[in-house]
Ligand binder design. Sequence first.
Ligand SMILES: Cc1cc2nc3c(=O)[nH]c(=O)nc-3n(C[C@H](O)[C@H](O)[C@H](O)COP(=O)(O)O)c2cc1C
Length: 345
Amino acid sequence: MNEIRKRKEEDIELILKEGVQSRATTLLECVKLIHNALPELSFDEIDLSTEFLGHKFSFPILIDSMVGGSPKAKELNRNLALAAEELGIGMGVGSQRAALEDEGLAESYKVVREVAPNAFVMANIGAAQLKSMKKRELKKLIDMVKADALAIHLNPLQELIQPEGETDFRGVLEKIDEISDLVPVIVKEVGAGISREVAIKLELAGVSAINVAGLGGTSWAGVESLRARGIDERKEMLGELLWDWGIPTAASLIEVRNAVKIPVIASGGLRNGLEVAKCIALGADMTGMADPLLKAASKSKEEVVKFLKDRALELKAVMFLVGAKNVEELKGARYVITGELAEWL
Ligand SMILES: Cc1cc2nc3c(=O)[nH]c(=O)nc-3n(C[C@H](O)[C@H](O)[C@H](O)COP(=O)(O)O)c2cc1C
């Protein structure tokens, strides 16, 4: 089996079976939204819709970049894309490197646009791979899913622990700068967060949005450590040590929001609508979830739709309780920051 395809299937199996989560939290538990006992609005008039990068979303939750590159991934992508289309939201495909090296794997990505003609779709590539890519190759990735945006993932921690990882990250920023006029670029982490310094460099390089993907959810050091178990003792040890490395999602979001003007996506460990509401109050323009949606997609499209509708209902409930009629008003909701998050800041 093709090496990348084999690795992707192992990752999916591991995450589905073991649920490889960080042992540290997002620190969103330190954010308390202020209850409004006099909301002066009707629950039914609350509007969850929002606009992001010129695209209309029914509610501010994205299905974050996950899979592609294997037959199993094609099924998962189909379920995610059908749900995104039905709900009027957006989704990302997983790293498309596999399809560049093996044309036969492109189908597992193409299926997304086939079943979701209207959804917001993000292409995906890793920074370490981007470095050596030609514009022509990038265009191919974007065209493969007729993408609205290209998500570039920064994953130095994951590459470090991965047995076959690419650890030369020189020249990444310059390359991002070079391609940011080709297509709207969203730069994301994969679970270790973005700092204010990095955010400022990315904004100057012309990226369209930043997805913080902070600490508190899926741990890629964890995934790679488990994969190295019994194969590569040193990688296993490093992954164990750095399992919870990173900037907690809440801290990363606040840092990035205060540092740049471009839209910000909050993600990394978001699991319910209350956490989504907190992120929007902290200044996020959009939020994203990955792990729980993989689990739902492994069952059916209906499970994905149900999961997301439940999270949207939770978000609406919280908006009622803070007296926010729409997402713009939620951005102005009052909150208190306590405990460890207050110390971070
Ligand atoms: C199975 C799986 C595969 C993933 N593959 C990618 C990928 O190919 N590219 C990427 O940018 N992020 C990838 N991610 C990272 C997610 O987009 C997200 O940033 C991260 O999982 C944190 O969100 P979560 O805690 O909600 O899972 C993947 C996540 C999961 C669970």
